[in-house]
Every structure is written in structure tokens, then in C-alpha cells.
Design a protein around this ligand. Structure first.
Ligand code: CP
Length: 375
């Protein structure tokens, strides 16, 4: 018998890897795809658009984008490299694991090429170059820019000179629209019937958001998108020890929408009523971050409602116990995984390649090839 060290290895190295059902299987995206009628025309709105705020979307657009994401999730390689020949400029001037790598994974999976900046000190910004001038240069190098920056206004400054679409991948404490789209994608896969306008009261869901919406860009964008699905949500409860966790703009937006929003200082008082618990802890401020969930800790030991799901944009801190990872409440890993497919869908629509993955006609036909449509 041949000599081997295998018996001495830890079990993780001895057993074959098997993806966990639920968050990596295709049943959920398939069920969602089957439930939603295709109305791809809605996706045309995204063609050659800058994506900065969740306010640029509406309910039908979110649903159709999620539908396209589901078809990518079911058949990641069905469509033949629709972004072949296109270049993504991935500019991350603030740390990121998920957003940068999922955007880059999405673009690679679609057959495009990538140029990546992960540190502003390696660019002319370190020598005092303005963001407007950097934007002007980006026009010559790529077809789409994805920008993360710790300042709220950076993305708006680049837009001044950009003639290619830019996607806001998190601007200070303002917005993170593609994270919120990924959040909604997870929620709709969990319960596709939430797309219905006339859901009976008994089927409506109650959502708890643990965090500080005025300081958290993911929550700010999520509240906007949730307002489009207000008819399926009985209530959103903001769980926070602070009395004033919504800013004036958010209060005004909530008043304009039909979303019913309340506030609770105690998680234990409401936890048994919550169908979805969205927890976030971090707010990025300047070159560092604040942890804003106080002493709230979500764990399997709490009285979670049966069949409820937990979402978290991650990175995880102490607020989310790892003892939830192997429970059915864990939808945060599915949420992060789905972000790749959601971003694949968004990127395809932005660069006018929707015709390669849907029944829509080619938008570039009968167009002046030198003209660009940026609104
Ligand atoms: N969700 C999110 O924005 O994570 P990253 O900071 O890792 O990109």
C-alpha cells in the first residue's frame, strides 16, 4: 500500500465539498422566474444610465431586473459572453470584499475585461488630481465605471465629466443601491408572491431593520426600494436605541410613500413578529467605521419567528452570531451570492446588451455609433 499523510489531515481537507441547498441551489431562483411574467421592456430604462440612487428604480424595473438575475442564477453560462469586448473600470477608494469582487465576478462571467483600482494613492488623486479630471480620463479607458468612495459627493463630481455610465458602489453614508437591489432579490426569491399588488393582509410581511438608517447607506437604499413594495409589507420596524435614527429626507420620503414605518428600542419586544430581520452594524465614516448596533446581538438563542429570514449586507461583526450560519434563518449568505447575478443583470442592461439575453431588439440598430445616451 502507498504511504500517505491523508489520514492525519483535518476532516475539512478529507471530505468533498458539497454546496448547501437553499442558498446555492437553483430551486428558489427557478420558482421566482416561473412566478414572474417577463416584461423585459422595463429594463430598457437602464440603458446607458448612471446608477447612483435607489430612487432611479420603480417596482416593475426591480422585479424585471430580479427576473433577469434569476435566469443568470439558474443558467450562469447560458448566454454567450454578452459583454465581450467591453471594459469595466472598478474603482474602489474604500475597502470592500463583496461589492468589488461580486461586480468583477459578474463582469468576468459576462465575458468582459476589467481594470481595477483598489487604492486611491496609486492614482493621480494622490497628486491632487480632481475627481472630475479622473472621470474625463475614464471616458477613454472603459465602458462602465463602478465607484466606491467614502465621500457622499464623489460619484456626483465624476458624473460631471463622465460620458460612460457609473455605478455607485457605496458613497459615504449616502446610498448603496446595488446592495439594496441584492437585498430585494433575496427577499423576492424567499417569497415571490410579494410582487403582487393585492396581497391579503394575512400574507403581508413585517420587516425589522436593526441599524441607523440615517448613517447607513445600505439601509437608506433599502428603505427606498421597500417603499415600492409597500402593499406587501404590513410594517417596517426600525430597531435602534436612538430616538432619531431617520433623517429629515427619509422621514419626508416615507411620508410620501405608503410604507408604514415604526420604531422600537427593544429587539426582544418585536422579534417574534418579524418575518425578515435586516441587521447592519457598520457605518463607514471618513477613513474608518463606526459600529452602531450598540449591544444588540442576533443569535439562534433568541425567539425568532418560525420561517423568518435574516439578512445582513456584511461585513459581519459581533452583532450576528455564527451559530445562525447553519440555521434556516441564514439568508445572508444567499443574499451575498445572489448579488453576483443581480449585478450581472444590471451590467448587461447598462451597456445595451439586453437584446443578447432577452427577446428585446438590439438597441444599437439604427443608431449613430458615435452617439452616447447618458441621462
Ligand atoms: N455589502 C457590502 O457593501 O460589503 P463590502 O463592503 O465588502 O463591499
Amino acid at each position: 500500500m502507498n504511504f500517505s499523510f491523508r489520514d492525519q489531515l483535518p476532516s475539512k481537507l478529507k471530505t468533498s465539498i458539497s454546496p448547501r441547498d437553499g442558498y446555492s441551489g437553483i430551486e428558489k431562483p427557478k420558482a421566482f422566474l416561473d412566478f414572474v411574467e417577463e416584461k423585459s421592456e422595463a429594463l430598457l430604462y437602464l440603458s446607458q444610465k448612471h446608477i447612483v440612487s435607489a430612487k432611479q428604480f420603480d417596482k416593475e424595473l426591480v422585479i424585471q431586473l430580479c427576473r433577469l438575475a434569476a435566469s443568470y442564477e439558474i443558467h450562469p453560462t447560458l448566454f454567450h459572453r454578452p459583454l465581450q469586448g467591453k471594459i469595466l473600470i472598478s474603482a474602489f477608494y474604500e475597502p470592500s470584499t463583496r461589492t468589488r469582487l461580486s461586480f468583477e465576478s459578474a463582469w468576468h462571467r459576462l465575458g468582459g475585461d476589467i481594470m481595477s483600482i483598489t487604492d486611491r494613492s496609486t492614482t493621480g488623486i494622490a497628486k491632487g488630481e480632481s475627481l472630475e479630471d479622473v472621470g474625463e480620463m475614464f471616458n477613454n479607458y472603459g465602458d462602465v465605471v463602478v465607484l466606491r468612495d467614502n465621500q457622499d459627493d464623489s460619484v456626483y463630481r465624476m458624473i460631471e465629466t463622465l460620458r460612460i455610465p457609473i455605478i455607485n458602489a457605496g458613497n459615504g453614508v449616502d446610498e448603496h443601491p446595488t446592495q439594496a437591489l441584492a437585498d430585494i432579490y433575496a427577499i423576492l426569491k424567499w417569497q415571490p408572491n410579494l410582487i403582487n399588488d393585492d396581497l391579503p393582509d394575512s400574507k403581508k410581511i413585517k420587516i425589522g431593520i436593526i441599524g441607523t438608517p440615517s448613517r447607513m447607506r445600505t439601509v437608506r437604499s433599502l428603505l427606498i426600494l421597500l417603499s415600492y413594495f409597500a402593499s406587501s409589507i404590513s410594517e417596517v420596524v426600525i430597531i435602534n436605541s436612538d430616538d432619531k435614527s431617520l433623517d429629515d429626507v427619509q422621514l419626508k420620503d416615507i411620508n410620501l410613500s405608503k410604507l408604514k414605518v415604526s420604531h422600537s428600542k427593544s429587539l426582544s419586544k418585536v422579534i417574534q413578529e418579524l418575518d425578515v430581520i435586516y441587521i447592519n452594524s457598520i457605518a463607514w465614516v471618513g477613513e474608518s467605521f463606526e459600529v452602531l448596533t450598540g449591544d444588540i446581538r442576533l443569535s439562534k438563542n433568541l425567539k425568532l419567528k418560525k420561517n423568518s429570514i435574516i439578512l445582513h449586507p456584511l461585513a459581519r461583526g459581533e452583532e450576528l452570531d455564527i451559530n445562525l450560519d447553519n440555521s434556516d434563518h441564514n439568508w445572508y449568505f444567499a443574499q451575498a451570492r445572489g448579488a453576483v447575478f443581480l449585478r450581472m443583470a444590471l451590467l448587461t442592461c447598462l451597456v445595451q446588451r439586453t437584446n443578447l439575453v432577452t427577446d428585446l431588439p438590439d438597441q444599437n440598430l439604427n443608431k449613430n455609433p458615435n452617439s452616447r445616451e447618458i441621462n
